[in-house]
Design a protein around this ligand. Structure first.
Ligand code: BG6
Length: 487
C-alpha cells in the first residue's frame, strides 16, 4: 500500500439515500472493500435530508443495495464488516449550520472525498458551504456526477462555482463509461499494438460507427429523462468520450493532462452541425409501444410521468466529421437509444475496399474488412476478413478473426464505479473529464439542440424492440454505409 492509501479516508456521499448511491456507489464500495481496495481507516459517511440514524440507514442499505451485488461476492461476514464503515449524518445541503455539525463528525487529518450524487443545482451551494465550514483543504477531492449542466452556459456556471473552492486537480468529473474495462482497453488496442496505427486514418478507414443501444425503456426516471433526452443523456458524454478515444492522436504519456489534451483536440475538431446539416445528418426518435425480450411494452408517451405531448427524443443517430489531417473525409456515425432491439455497445471501424480487384466478375464485398469492438454486454474484438470458400474456385466470403476477451482473461471484472472510486481515492485523474473537455462537448451539442428547436424537428416514432426509425438507416445509406446489426 502506498502512503496515500494508508492515510485515513472520510468518503462523504451527498445524496446518500438517492438512487445512484444504493444502486451503484454502495455496491461498488462494497466490492472495493471486499477486495481490500479501500484504505484500512475508511469511513463512508452518507448525507441526506432524511432524519435517520446510522442504524436506520444501514437497514435501508441492507434492503436496497444487496440485490445489486453479485451473489457470488456476497459473504455475510465481509458484508457486516462493510456495514461497520457506514455512517449517516442528516444534512440539508442548503443549511450552513448543518455543515458545522458535519465538520465536528469528521476525522482530523483524514483525506476527504466529497461525492456529489445530488441534483447539479445543489453543487454550487454544497461546495460553498463545505469551504465556509473549513472542510476543503489542499488534499480534499470533489466528485461531480453527470449531468453537469443542460447546456454550455449552465455547465460553465457550475464549473466556475466549483472552481472557487476546489482546484482543477481536485475535481473528478465522472463519466462512468471511462471506467469500463472495455473502454479502457480501447487505449491498449490502439496504442499497445503497432499493427493498427498505420491504418488508423483516412483513406484506410472508410467510416466509423459507434452504437450504444439499450433495450430498457425510461423506467422510473422519466422526470429527469423528459427534461434531458438522449442527446444530452448519452451523446454529450458517453458517445463523445468513446469517439475521442477512437479518434485521438497518441498521447505522449498516460498523465491525465496528456490524455485529456488529445481528447480535447478531437472535440474541438468536430464538425459543427448547423441548421442546414441537421435535417440531413441527424435523426431524432421516440419509441412507441412494441416488444422487449418477448414482452409487450408501452410507448414513451405512456410511461409514468411523461407528459402526453412530450417531444423528447429517446433515440439519436447522427453523422459528423473530424476536421483534421488523420480523419479528413471519414464520416463518424453515432447512434444511441432506449428500447432498441438489444443492449449492445459497439464500435465498428470499416476499412477501405481493395483499390483494384483481381477476382474477375465477383462483385466486391461492401465491407471486406471491419474491426468490430464490442464493449457490452460481451467483451470481444472481431476482425472481419475475406476468405476463400473451400472447393469453390476463388469465391470468397467474409469470416471473423474472433477474440473473446472474457475467456482470454477469466476472473473478476471490477465495475466502472468501483474502478473510478478507487481512482479518486488514489488521486488518478486520467479517466475523468477536465473542465475544458466538458465545455467543448457542450459547445458541439448546443447548436444541435438549438437547431432542432428552431426547425421544430419532431422525434420520429419507432417501435420498441427495433433498431430505431428507418431514417437512421437512410442516414447511413446515403453515404454507402450501413449499421452493423448482427448479434
Ligand atoms: C447513464 C444514463 O449515464 O448511462 C442512462 O443516464 C443510461 O440513461 C446509462 O441508461 C447506461 O449505462 P450502461 O453502463 O448501462 O451502459
Amino acid at each position: 500500500m502506498t502512503a496515500a492509501t494508508k492515510q485515513a479516508l472520510d468518503l462523504l456521499i451527498f445524496g446518500g439515500a438517492g438512487d445512484l448511491s444504493w444502486r451503484k456507489l454502495l455496491p461498488a464500495l462494497y466490492m472495493a472493500h471486499a477486495h481490500q481496495r479501500l484504505p484500512t481507516a475508511t469511513r463512508i459517511i452518507a448525507l441526506g435530508r432524511q432524519a435517520w440514524s446510522t442504524a436506520q440507514y444501514v437497514e435501508f442499505v441492507q434492503g436496497a443495495s444487496t440485490q445489486h451485488i453479485d451473489t457470488s461476492e456476497m459473504q455475510p461476514e465481509v458484508w457486516q464488516a462493510f456495514l461497520q464503515r457506514l455512517e449517516y449524518v442528516p444534512l440539508d445541503a442548503t443549511q450552513a449550520a448543518d455543515y458545522a455539525r458535519l465538520a465536528a463528525c469528521l476525522t482530523p487529518q483524514a483525506q476527504r472525498v466529497f461525492y456529489l450524487a445530488t441534483a447539479p443545482t445543489l453543487f454550487t451551494q454544497i461546495c460553498q458551504h463545505l469551504d465556509s465550514a473549513g472542510l476543503v483543504d489542499a488534499q480534499a477531492r470533489v466528485v461531480l456526477e453527470k449531468p453537469l449542466g443542460h447546456d454550455l452556459p449552465s455547465a460553465k456556471v457550475i464549473n466556475e462555482a466549483v472552481a472557487r473552492h476546489f482546484g482543477e486537480q481536485q475535481i473528478y468529473r465522472i463519466d462512468h463509461y471511462l471506467g469500463k474495462e472495455t473502454v479502457q482497453n480501447l487505449m491498449v488496442l490502439r496504442f499497445g499494438n503497432a499493427i493498427f496505427e498505420p491504418l488508423w486514418r483516412a483513406p484506410s478507414i472508410r467510416s466509423v460507427q459507434i452504437t450504444v443501444a439499450e433495450s430498457v425503456g425510461v423506467g422510473s426516471r422519466a422526470g429527469f429523462y423528459d427534461q434531458t433526452g438522449a442527446l444530452r443523456d448519452m451523446v454529450q458524454n458517453h458517445l463523445l468520450q468513446l469517439l475521442c478515444i477512437v479518434a485521438m492522436e497518441p498521447p505522449i504519456s498516460l498523465d491525465p493532462d496528456d490524455v485529456r489534451d488529445e481528447k480535447l483536440k478531437v472535440l474541438r475538431s468536430l464538425q459543427r452541425l448547423d441548421a442546414a446539416a441537421l435535417r440531413q445528418h441527424t435523426v431524432r426518435g421516440q419509441y412507441i409501444a412494441g416488444a422487449a425480450q418477448g414482452e409487450s411494452v408501452c410507448g414513451y408517451l405512456d410511461e409514468a410521468n411523461v407528459p402526453p405531448d412530450s417531444q423528447t427524443e429517446t433515440f439519436v443517430a447522427l453523422r459528423t466529421h473530424i476536421n483534421n489531417a488523420r480523419w479528413a473525409g471519414v464520416p463518424f456515425f453515432l447512434r444511441t437509444g432506449k428500447r432498441l432491439q438489444t443492449r449492445r455497445s459497439q464500435i465498428v471501424i470499416d476499412f477501405a475496399q481493395p483499390p483494384f480487384s483481381i477476382f474477375g466478375t465477383q462483385p466486391p464485398n461492401e465491407h471486406p474488412n471491419r474491426l468490430i469492438i464490442t464493449l457490452q454486454p460481451e467483451e470481444s474484438i472481431q476482425l472481419q476478413m475475406m476468405a476463400k470458400i473451400p472447393g469453390s474456385g476463388l469465391n470468397m466470403k467474409p469470416v471473423f478473426l474472433d477474440l473473446d476477451l472474457e475467456s482470454a482473461f477469466a476472473g473478476r471484472r471490477a465495475d466502472a464505479y468501483e474502478r473510478l472510486l478507487v481512482d479518486v481515492i488514489k488521486g488518478r485523474l486520467t479517466h475523468f473529464m477536465r473542465r475544458d473537455e466538458l465545455e467543448a462537448a457542450w459547445k458541439w451539442v448546443d447548436p444541435i439542440l438549438q437547431g432542432w428547436q428552431a426547425l421544430g424537428e419532431k422525434p420520429r416514432p419507432y417501435t420498441a424492440g427495433t433498431w430505431g426509425p428507418a431514417a437512421s438507416s437512410a442516414l447511413m445509406a446515403r453515404e454507402g454505409c450501413s449499421w452493423f446489426e448482427e448479434s
